[in-house]
Write a protein that binds this ligand. Structure first.
Ligand SMILES: C[S@@+](CC[C@H](N)C(=O)[O-])C[C@H]1O[C@@H](n2cnc3c(N)ncnc32)[C@H](O)[C@@H]1O
Length: 268
């Protein structure tokens, strides 16, 4: 008999392989990928996140890197594979892994494997860097994923993560409306305050940045009769505010839609 986790993994694998979404999920994807991603590009959110993650990685020349839940690789996967001593990308999706493997063919020391991070079959450990972009919120049991990350990380290893937050009330409300109809709800748990605090207790959070706090409202100021230049200026200023304030203030961080974390194993 397959365990609940294996059954869920199979459904998740199929979802990412076929990308079959119902109407509600397509609508949310349109808002998220269409409207929000355009804003993220236009006001520099996306570039800031990738630049930040790169700076958090530091010098990779002697590092063993795990790209957890890599699918076919994002903007930084190839960078990690090219610059690290050893790179391993793992994902549940055979389609994603076969695409990434083709791109990695000419890079010695880099490989990608179909693997469940939580499975006993995953024997690799002692990673210096675990990169998890859009991945940690796919694990229902936060304590289990924290224990596994600790098990796989070197003593001075770091985790670089990026996940959605569900702590902003308006976003929680919108998500709540569409969640019953969402195709991928069974394996999506955007971070609650409780989840964040569990990570904070388990790891040293060396730095953190939230995005789309105030800046998420730039999706709606399209209706206000001001010039495009003024709109941009406003949206960029909001983004700068989110970026700076979320570093120190939990309230500002929890108003954001997405959160990047640089975590380090606690000294024993
Ligand atoms: C939102 S996608 C992010 C993909 C990629 N990191 C990116 O930035 O485009 C989440 C990925 O996590 C993978 N994933 C979820 N649970 C996993 C697990 N237990 N082990 C390995 N990969 C997993 C999924 O298969 C999916 O491809």
């Amino acid at each position: 008999m397959k365990s609940e986790r294996k059954l869920l993994n199979d459904r998740q694998k199929e979802f990412y392989d076929t990308k079959q979404k119902n109407a509600a999920t397509r609508l949310w994807s349109f808002f998220r990928n269409g409207v929000l991603n355009r804003i993220k590009k236009d006001i520099g959110v996306e570039r800031d996140i990738y630049d930040l993650h790169k700076s958090w990685f530091g010098d990779l020349s002697q590092k063993k890197v795990l790209d957890l839940g890599c699918y076919a690789g994002n903007s930084l996967s190839f960078y990690l594979a090219q610059n690290s001593k050893e790179y391993l990308g793992i994902d549940l999706s055979p389609k994603g892994i076969s695409n990434l493997s083709r791109r990695l063919e000419k890079l010695p020391g880099a490989r990608a494997e179909v693997m469940d991070f939580l499975s006993e079959d995953f024997k690799e450990k002692d990673f210096d860097v675990i990169y998890a972009y859009g991945v940690l919120h796919h694990f229902k049991n936060v304590d289990e994923i924290i224990a596994k990350l600790n098990e796989k990380l070197n003593q001075d290893g770091i985790i670089v993560s990026h996940d959605p937050l569900q702590s902003s009330l308006p976003i929680k409300f919108i998500r709540g409306i569409y969640r019953p109809f969402q195709s991928d709800k069974a394996w999506e748990w955007p971070f609650s305050k409780k989840t964040y605090y569990k990570f904070e207790e388990a790891f040293d959070i060396k730095e953190r940045r939230g995005v789309l706090g105030k800046a998420k409202w730039s999706a709606f100021i399209g209706f206000i009769p001001i010039s495009e230049a003024k709109r941009m200026e406003k949206a960029k200023a909001w983004h700068r505010g989110d970026w700076e304030n979320s570093l120190k203030s939990d309230k500002h961080m929890f108003d954001c839609m997405h959160l990047s974390l640089l975590m380090q194993k606690k000294t024993q």
